[in-house]
Design a protein around this ligand. Structure first.
Ligand code: NAD
Ligand code: G3P
Length: 347
């Protein structure tokens, strides 16, 4: 089957699903976008634009739009799940009866499941057993707003099977969208989910009026602690030095597009989690990710001081200023973790 004949289904029409539909519709002749709300579905069908989540992005004629799971998934060789992480299990379960056994599934959500603390590929494998060996994760510094404008973007697709990863790489590659492969699906999924916590912190730092020094320190030490958790959970630390790790951390912690960073700005201004969530229909994945990472840090005995302070701001009413003070006045420590010291020896 050639690229042009591939049937691609995108499940979820938030900003990310809509941007991916617009991009993949430039390369493929048969792309279908599933929209949860029938009202939004009708609106996109008539205007060819998703005014709720990605206004200004016209969908090419190769993209069909539906509200029906059977129509979306039947005959699809490649299914991309783009709902927020909290909706992936339920959506995958509804989709499962229509997924053929050879279908490849890409998880594009950046989050973990709160109830089970599982990664999205694990959740999908449980709900769609027919696809268990053919599930991949897509992650990287990929703001939908820029992808939709065909601005140069790089990303990573991770799967245990090289064949599956390269199949997806070929399906997505475009002059404006460059895809790398990585066998470390644990690392890619964890990096994508955990960087959102640090982006909340970057927003808090910016909102408190701190400068480049503070943001850089937060990002660097944030990367150290999410890498530490990733390693404890079986990830390759080099993945955290790649696009899904530091790449996405830079994009999310510095961008005007980031909802997580924006939520951090609001926290610094004194808003509560409930007020932030009530003020947007968009997903702020870092809010749940912080709770999950807090649990994982305890489970794996991993020190995560930044995550701990952001948890306290989000869920215990701690003031962002006190959180910063506590981070800055922690007992002294080394920069390089013992586990990574290898042959470095003190004089
Ligand atoms: N927006 C980006 O730039 C971007 C880039 C890469 C990855 N992601 C990831 O993609 C995922 C989706 O984010 P987004 O930005 O497209 O979302 P969004 O904030 O633009 O829109 C929210 C979407 O979630 C849907 N939704 C909410 N509750 C739902 C439920 N219970 N069942 C099904 N759908 C539900 C809404 O209908 C809407 O389509 C997130 O995990 C996000 O981290 C986003
Ligand atoms: O808007 P955010 O903070 O959810 O970030 C979106 C993407 O993860 C950026 O790669």
């Amino acid at each position: 089957m050639t690229d042009k004949e591939m049937h691609i289904s995108i499940i979820g029409a938030g900003s990310w699903g809509t941007a991916l539909a617009a991009v993949l519709g430039q390369k493929h002749q048969s792309v279908i976008l599933w929209v949860r709300s029938s009202v939004l579905c009708n609106q996109i069908q008539s205007t060819r634009e998703n005014n709720n989540y990605l206004p200004g992005c016209k969908l090419p004629p190769t993209v069909a739009v539906t509200n029906n799971f059977a129509e979306a998934a039947s005959g699809a060789e490649l299914i991309i799940l783009t709902t927020p992480s909290h909706a992936v299990r339920q959506t995958a379960a509804q989709l499962a009866p229509f997924v053929a056994s050879k279908t490849v599934i890409v998880s594009a959500a950046k989050g973990l499941e709160l109830a089970s603390v599982k990664r999205m590929s694990e959740v999908i494998a449980e709900e769609i057993p027919a696809a268990a060996g053919q599930i991949a994760a897509l992650s990287g510094p990929n703001h939908a707003e820029e992808v939709a404008l065909n601005q140069p973007t790089a990303t990573v697709v991770a799967a245990k099977s090289r064949k599956v990863a390269e199949y997806i790489q070929d399906a997505f590659m475009l002059p404006s969208f460059r895809v790398y492969t990585n066998p470390d699906i644990i690392g890619v999924e964890l990096a994508g989910a955990l960087k959102n916590i640090i982006a909340l912190g970057a927003g808090i730092a910016d909102g408190l009026g701190f400068g480049d020094n503070a943001r850089s320190a937060l990002m660097t030490r944030g990367l150290a602690e999410i890498t530490r958790l990733g390693m404890a959970m079986g990830a390759n630390p080099l993945t955290f030095a790649g696009l899904a790790g530091i790449g996405d951390l830079i994009a999310t912690c510095t961008s005007v597009h980031s909802r997580n960073r924006r939520a951090g700005l609001q926290l610094a201004a004194g808003k509560t989690v409930a007020e932030i969530q009530a003020g947007t229909s968009m997903v702020v994945e870092g809010i749940r990710a912080t709770m999950i990472a807090h649990q994982l840090a305890a489970k794996y005995h991993v020190e995560m001081p930044i995550t701990g302070q952001i948890y306290a701001v989000l869920y215990d009413g701690k003031s962002p200023k006190n959180a910063v003070l506590e981070l800055m006045t922690r007992s002294r420590t080394h920069e390089v973790e013992e586990v990574a010291l290898n042959n470095l020896i003190w004089n």
